[in-house]
Design a protein around this ligand. Sequence first.
Ligand code: 4AD
Ligand code: MG
Length: 463
Amino acid sequence: METTVKSIYTTTESHLEKELILYGWVRNNRAQKEFGFISFHDGTFFETIQVVYEESKADNFKDIQKIRVGSSILVKGQLKLTPDAKQPFEIKATHIELLGDSSEDYPIQPKRHSREFLREVAHLRARTNLFQAVFRLRSIAAFAVHEFFQSQGFVYTHTPLITGNDGEGAGQMFSVTTLPLDNLPMTEDHKIDFKKDFFGKRTNLTVTGQLEAEAFAMAFKNVYTFGPTFRAENSNTQRHASEFWMIEPEMAFADLSKDMAVAEDMVKYIIKYVFEKAPEEMVFFDKFVEPGLTDRLLSVLTQPFANVTHKEAIDILLNSKEKFENKPQQGQDINTEHEKYLTEKHFKRPVFVIDWPKDIKAFYMRMNDDHETVAAMDLLVPGSGELIGGSQREERLDYLLKRMEEMNVPKEDMEWYIDLRRYGGCVHAGFGLGFERLVMYLTGVENIRDVIPFPRTPKNCEF
Ligand code: 4AD
Ligand code: MG
């Protein structure tokens, strides 16, 4: 019967005494004189299975000996339990057929490769242990996100990827145009004539699905988006990608504390989920990527996240004995080294920083009564830093218009957004969780380039 490595590991008994057929790839082939071992992987399970072939049993022994690492093969044989060996069982092959040869220069040889090297062969790196674990975990975590929201009745909303607005007002957009770049149509006053462009106006890839999610929250109460976002942010760091996936719930009749409660529940739900659905991968991360990862993640489940105001956070930083490269300052942003200190040294767990100075946050965030801070929250976690950014939204029409004015947010394309405050608007809140940062947090992988199948970063758009 045709089977998979996963079925063998999960329902071993039912495979005994049967003629098995497996399709997969050769991780390693150690040929001896009269027998040999193939380390066989078929992509269905983290573990490999050992295939033993013997001159006396396999009908094409000489050919099998020559099969190279990376080749795709068909294996016929029987499963044998091996109670005295390192592995619980092996396959005794009666026949192995080469389906696709792999040439001598195959880059993924059975040895340790650096992550930098593997990024250069991103089309092949998913065949290694690390990337098998990372990308299966990524898939499982994505499903966990949907389960979390769907089980609570949130409506999954597909917000557009091409838009005419700058949802964050930070000017970090990639333009979308069909205008001929070497011969741009100009208006009389020497500006690019976007009326001649495909959409008849200036458009860009979205930086967030939030604004459209707000519109849907005013109709469905609770919604979420989960899709790609794009930022032309020239930051060459371990945590910034130009194309990344974001999960953005938006909830009507919810304030900032409800927002944080949902964020905390969600993160905890996903942690539990991955330990349940990907135990082999989680063991691997703990052993080979970040020793102590399991304890760190499981301890998160046992206590509430910490919570401080931005002002308190700066005070903690100022009162610490730490030598920061950038001196923390009231009213200013919290940068990477500060985030690290707060989550890894001071609180030693995830921490919400709330009530941010209005000048360093987006136009849509709700003004607090002090008129200095906004009802915003960032969730900082050890390792990944800022995992979530969210806020209660400004639902008051006059306040919103004033903020847009003050922050030079163009109103022309945003009338629809302002309408949401004119027609039955209400208190509402939401957040955005950077999916890659979550995968980094769950796996211990330090570089965002290693949790995206084909990463896009400044000056890099290969594959
Ligand atoms: O804090 P940000 O910019 O918030 C928003 O976009 C809001 N509209 C979200 C909302 O309230 N609906 O981004 C949210 C999260 C960050 O906390 C971070 O995890 C991730 O998105 N993120 C990035 N991840 C990878 N690469 C980048 N360049 C990122 N920029 C933000
Ligand atoms: Mg942010």
